[in-house]
Each structure stands twice: as structure tokens, then as C-alpha cells.
Design a protein around this ligand. Structure first.
Ligand code: DGY
Length: 320
């Protein structure tokens, strides 16, 4: 029997590409850059299975035309880039890559938190500039992290991993939950709060919710106004969870101490004022960007595809 036809939208790490070539008939030579809409649509049309990424907007018309396609393995934990209802209507299984990127994303969240609190990016730029003339008692004073309150919005896998790391910094952790009660499986020292209370209390607010119609602009002008002027906002979830223009206003007016952003409302674009603000640290969506994690994400995509091609249930199916 001929190997299933696989389309991969973007170049993945070598071990993943090698495994894909070994198991499937690869329809294309993926590149680093995102494919144009038409190229992506044509690729999906030819494929029995596809691996796509969070930069591929997969809409209903593309899915309707992809008559051979049985599985779309999304190379990400989030899947807001895919019209899930349209995929379900066509009987296409959609899968994601949970768990394997939890630690790398939690680590990067902490990298951003520490970087904004202790002015790491600013300090690095200063030393490189050649202007540094030596240690000074009042130079680049930052904010303590130890002993402060960390507010986590979205206590799923990544939120919990971020909270666990806070123990080492002797921080108090509070979080929002979909229900008013704290779920039994979470450590009792982590305190559940309503969103407004968390925003008022936390010194660092970190976002870990998926992007859905409910979480779009979850943090806007009203929510930012509740935060302490000494607090920092960290976003490693999805850009549109924060209303970027409202965040910029709050930062410009010093109603917020700073922000660490790995994601933006319209990547790769971002609000032009962010570039000018020294109290923000900006990263190019690096949450899961370690070699080991990106290889594991690819292998999970291939495992899900293998399951569907063998007539089994996909372990990470996200649609009905
Ligand atoms: C995800 O998996 O959703 C991440 O944002 C990818 O880095």
C-alpha cells in the first residue's frame, strides 16, 4: 500500500523531517518561511495528512477543498489558527502538542519576568553600547522578585508549571479559576481569586489562557487600571489576549511598571511605541523554542498522524 501523502507547511527540525520522510510520502520541501495562503490551500488539497503551525490560518474554504485530508496535526499547543468547527464538519481530526512544551514555555515566562524586573535587556544593551563607565550605587535599579505575589491567569499545565517555579523565589501565588472554588488537585497554598482581585493584588501577572472568543482582550484598559502601578504584566500565551494599545497607554502613563511580551496582537507586527519603551522586554514568540521541545512537538504530530492512518484514535485530538 502506498504511504500516506503528507504536507508539512514549514520546515521542522531535522530529526522530525527525517522521521516524516521515512514514514510518509512528503508532498513538498517545506521552507522556514510561512507559505502563502494559496500554497497552503493547494498543499492541503493534495494531502491525506498535514502538519501546520500557528502562523497558518486554516479557514473553512481551505478545509472544504481539502477532500482527501483526514488529519491536521497542529505544531503547537494552541489551535486558534484553525477553524475547528469547519474541520469537525468535514470529519478532519485536529490535534495539538500538549505537555511537551509546558516546561520550556514556563521557563521562558520566568526569563521574561526576571528580565523585566531586573532590567536584563536594558543592562545588556548598555554594556554593549560602550557607555558603561563602571558600577554605581543608583545604576539601573530594578524590582525584587523574591517574596512578591505572582498572579496567574489560567491555571492549566503551563500556569501550574510557572507557579511551581515561584516556590524557589518564595513567592505567594494566586490564580484565577473558571469555577469560584480552587480545584482539589492544586496545592492549597495557591490561592484562588476573581480576576479583578488578582489584578489588584499581584506584583507580577502572568497570562496562560488559550485564545478563544472569551479570552480575546481579556486584559484591556479596565483590567490594566486595576493593576498596581508597580506591577508587571507577562504574556507568553497569545497576543490578542491583551489589548495592545491599552497596554501601551498604561505603560506610557506609568500606570504599570513594565511588561514582558513573547506574543503580540498581529505577529510579526506590534504596536510601534513598544519599541521605544525601555520598561518592556520583547521576544519573537519563543515560548516553546528549545531544540528538544520543538523535536518532541514534531514527533507528537507524527504520532497523531500515524494513529489516524492506522485507523486508531489520535492521542491529542482537540475537536469532536
Ligand atoms: C504553542 O504551542 O501554542 C506555542 O505558542 C508555540 O510556541
Amino acid at each position: 500500500m502506498a504511504a500516506p501523502r503528507l504536507y508539512i507547511s514549514r520546515l521542522l527540525p531535522d530529526p522530525v523531517m527525517a522521521a516524516a520522510r521515512q514514514q510518509y510520502q512528503l508532498l513538498n520541501e517545506p521552507r522556514d518561511a510561512a507559505p502563502a495562503h494559496d500554497t497552503l490551500a493547494a498543499g492541503l488539497c493534495e494531502a491525506d495528512a498535514a502538519i501546520c503551525t500557528l502562523t497558518d490560518r486554516i479557514d473553512a474554504s481551505m478545509l472544504a477543498a481539502a477532500t482527501r485530508l483526514t488529519i491536521l496535526a497542529n505544531y503547537a499547543v494552541g489551535y486558534n489558527n484553525i477553524d475547528l468547527a469547519a474541520a469537525s464538519a468535514r470529519g478532519i481530526v485536529v490535534t495539538n502538542t500538549p505537555d511537551v512544551l509546558t516546561d520550556s514555555t514556563a521557563d521562558l515566562t520566568w526569563a521574561l519576568l526576571l528580565a523585566v524586573a531586573r532590567r536584563v535587556a536594558e543592562g545588556d544593551a548598555y554594556v554593549r553600547s560602550g557607555d558603561w563607565s563602571g558600577w554605581a550605587p543608583t545604576q539601573m535599579l530594578g524590582t525584587d522578585v523574591s517574596g512578591k505575589t505572582l498572579g496567574i491567569i489560567g491555571m492549566g499545565r503551563i500556569g501550574q508549571a510557572v507557579a511551581q517555579r515561584a516556590t524557589g523565589f518564595n513567592m505567594r501565588v494566586c490564580y484565577t479559576s473558571r469555577t469560584p472554588r480552587s480545584p482539589d488537585w492544586l496545592p492549597s497554598q495557591w490561592e484562588v481569586r476573581s480576576l479583578p482581585d488578582l489584578l489588584k493584588e499581584a506584583d507580577f501577572v502572568s497570562l496562560h489562557v488559550p485564545l478563544t472568543p472569551d479570552t480575546h482582550h481579556l486584559i484591556g484598559a479596565r483590567q490594566l487600571a486595576l493593576m498596581k502601578p508597580t506591577a508587571f504584566l507577562i504574556n507568553t500565551s497569545r497576543g490578542p489576549v491583551v489589548e495592545e494599545s491599552a497596554l501601551v497607554d498604561a505603560l506610557l502613563q506609568r500606570r504599570l511598571a513594565g511588561a514582558g511580551l513573547d506574543v503580540f496582537e498581529q505577529e510579526p507586527l506590534f504596536h510601534p511605541s513598544l519599541r521605544e519603551l525601555r520598561q518592556v522586554v520583547l521576544l519573537p514568540h519563543l515560548g516553546s523554542a528549545t531544540l528538544a521541545t520543538r523535536v518532541r512537538m514534531g514527533m507528537i504530530c507524527l504520532e497523531n498522524i500515524a494513529a489516524i492512518c492506522a485507523g486508531r484514535a489520535a492521542p491529542n485530538q482537540v475537536n469532536q
